[in-house]
Design a binder for this molecule. Sequence first.
Ligand code: ZN
Length: 380
Amino acid sequence: MKIEMHPVTIRELIDQYVEDEDTGEVRAYGGKLDVRPKYQREFVYDTKDSEAVIHTVLNGFPLNTMYWVEREDGSYEVLDGQQRTISICRFATNAAYSVRLPDPSGKGYNSVNYPNLFDNQREDFLNYPLQVYFCSGTEKEKMDWFQTINIAGKALKKQEIRNAVYASPWLTDAKSAFSRRNCAAHKQYGKYLSGECLRQDYLETILEWAASRDNITSEDVVSTYMQQHRNDDNADPLWDYCERIFGWVRKTFGNTTRKEMKGLPWGIMYNEHHEDKLDPKDVQNEVDRLMADGEVQSKKGIYEYVLDGKEKHLSLRTFDDADKRTAYEKQQGICPLCHNHFEYEEMAGDHIKPWSKGGKTIPENCQMLCIPCNTGKSNH
Ligand SMILES: [Zn+2]
């Protein structure tokens, strides 16, 4: 990897600046700079960040270094600095693009756009030297560098880095279904998915589920899955899989969505249970019943519980210290199962009648068991 510093003025940068709305392609620097190469993340800068960039430049303060990669054909792509570049170019080329900057008096803000600058301000702006590192090297070197500089700088999400490393037509297709504003995944299944589609959370989730279905075991199962599929023609199978998951969810749990359904590991549940013989009516009645059960503290866990019957999903109510202390004194420290004496700290609160048989977390239903007896009881 060869890295050299070159100052690039804003005048040079904004030369022939174009944003193609259809393809998402953005070019600058006389058409020679690909500002938004395919593997780069979506533009997620907010207005405040853009204003900070313009403010910095207008004051002549230094901006952080940018990285451009030299391509074999002599053109360049932005490796780091996409958002700063776009903010500067939009400000300088779009008269309608205005930013709110603090008034020099210290009182209030002014709305500033490029044509309104004084001549000398505009001249200083155009002559502002950006510190750009020109890098050349192999794809692998670029990607390693991409990860390094982003870890040092702004927090890129893990999936955004994976997208950079495994860029391919397959990935582009997958992103169109899972990672765009108003993508199909968001429109159809957004109520079941947590995170932001734009920041690649949906894509990461579906890839995790698919990797689990395929029994992939590695340190980073998503990367392994992406590596295996990056040369596929398209991501249709991934989308089909997603539709099968949520088709099953709707068939099993009904079409009405509760807020507790957001962000559950639906794909994992589908992988393990879609062949179970379940009566949707029974399942839905059971969910309704548990939702109304005050002993169930984790309502989100109900969906997994009705599939696998494991009470750990439900965070059932436990006895508080006062109830346990009262029971301990009544028992005079004797464990009712093994009849030995224990200190309070050596015992645990237990439901005499278990929750599964209708027992409640009330003082009358509390007994203290020694730890070994309590562990033995919960294993039966
Ligand atoms: Zn005991």
